[in-house]
Design a protein around this ligand. Structure first.
Ligand code: PHE
Length: 340
């Protein structure tokens, strides 16, 4: 009996010694001190001990039990402390670690260029006027001196919604709407999205234009040249010059294509300007007498100039972007290039 108790004591203490987790501890506690445990088993065995020594053996077993209970309690406390410390350590916050920064957004290159264009002209006193993207045939064409079945309609590959309603293929209807709504002197800039059935590396079915119109007494082609010179210098660099080439738009007379001197090679000739020293950036002209008349003004009293430019085209030129699609794909690696 004595030997059995010694064995039990030794095995319990050594098991306790090697116990690392409170889960193992609970198992051990049940195994040795539980209701069906080993020590209880010894007490149950008392009935087989001869009566005269029963009290003595009982006391020894009880002593053993007390000793083990003490050892288990000490171990339990030790484990709890250890696990609490491990918990604190795991939750510890190192305030000296660098934080994870949220990614910073940037303005889209088209937004930047559009804002820049708007900034240049509002700086010259232009007001912003926005027209609708879906417009009638009248505002889109007829009032702009493009009658139904006029061949000039082929210049824009228009999306027709019904026979008389279109997705505007240019921002020029804004000219009519603001001439109808305002009294001269008029000095308006009309930015917005336009739509054409056109899709390749330099064309997209949706793109943005900025339209400008100035109407007052005695506005001349020189005023147009002066305004566009200032614009070109601001957008492409101080040394940039402009030149006018004769062109045709039904709503302006005379009409011009406006080139800027190549800001990359300074006019010497490079691949950007295809060796010519000049880059075409926009269309413009003097507002046609018929347009002035269509808006209820007297063309002998009032004159004006108008211009229209594509924002994507200017962004592509300015930043050397080879394909218009890159402006719409929203590839973050591409967009981050403009965060400078
Ligand atoms: N609306 C013309 C276009 O889309 C541009 C333009 C605007 C030309 C104003 C002259 C005057 O091509």
């Amino acid at each position: 009996m004595q030997e059995k108790m010694n064995e039990l004591k030794l095995s319990a203490l050594s098991a306790l010694e090697g116990c690392e987790t409170s889960r193992d501890f609970q198992d051990l506690k049940i195994r040795y001190l539980g209701k069906a445990g080993e020590v209880t088993g010894l007490l149950k065995g008392l009935k087989d001990v001869p009566k005269e020594s029963r009290a003595e053996v009982g006391k020894i077993i009880n002593d053993l039990r007390q000793e083990l209970e003490g050892a288990f309690a000490a171990k339990e406390e030790e484990l709890q402390k250890k696990e609490m410390e491990a918990g604190f350590l795991a939750e510890a916050l190192d305030v000296t670690l660098p934080g994870t920064r949220p990614e910073r957004g940037t303005l889209h290159p088209l937004t930047k260029v559009r804002n820049e264009i708007i900034g240049v002209f509002t700086g010259m006193g232009f007001e912003i006027f926005e027209g609708p993207e879906i417009d009638t045939d009248y505002y889109t064409f007829q009032a702009l001196n493009i009658p139904k079945d006029h061949p000039a309609r082929d210049m824009q590959d228009t999306f027709y919604i019904t026979e008389n309603v279109v997705l505007r293929p240019h921002t020029s209807p804004g000219q009519i709407r603001c001439l109808e709504q305002k009294e001269p002197p008029i000095k308006v800039l009309s930015p917005g999205k336009v739509y054409r059935s056109d899709d390749d590396a330099t064309h997209s079915p949706m793109f943005q234009q900025v339209e400008g119109i100035v109407v007052d007494k005695k506005v001349t082609l020189c005023d147009l040249k002066g305004a566009l010179d200032a614009f070109a210098a601001k957008l492409f660099g101080d040394e940039t010059k402009t030149r006018f080439r004769p062109s045709y738009f039904p709503f302006t007379e005379p009409s011009v294509e406006v080139d800027v001197s190549c800001f990359r090679c300074k006019g010497k000739g490079c691949n950007l300007c295809k060796g010519t020293g000049w880059i075409e950036v926009l269309g413009a002209g003097m507002v046609h007498r018929n347009v002035i008349k269509n808006c209820g003004l007297d063309p002998d009293e009032y004159s004006g100039f108008a211009f229209g430019m594509g924002v994507e085209r200017i962004a592509m030129l300015k930043y050397g972007i080879p394909n218009m699609k890159m402006l719409f794909e929203n590839d973050v690696r591409f967009l981050n290039e403009f965060d400078k």
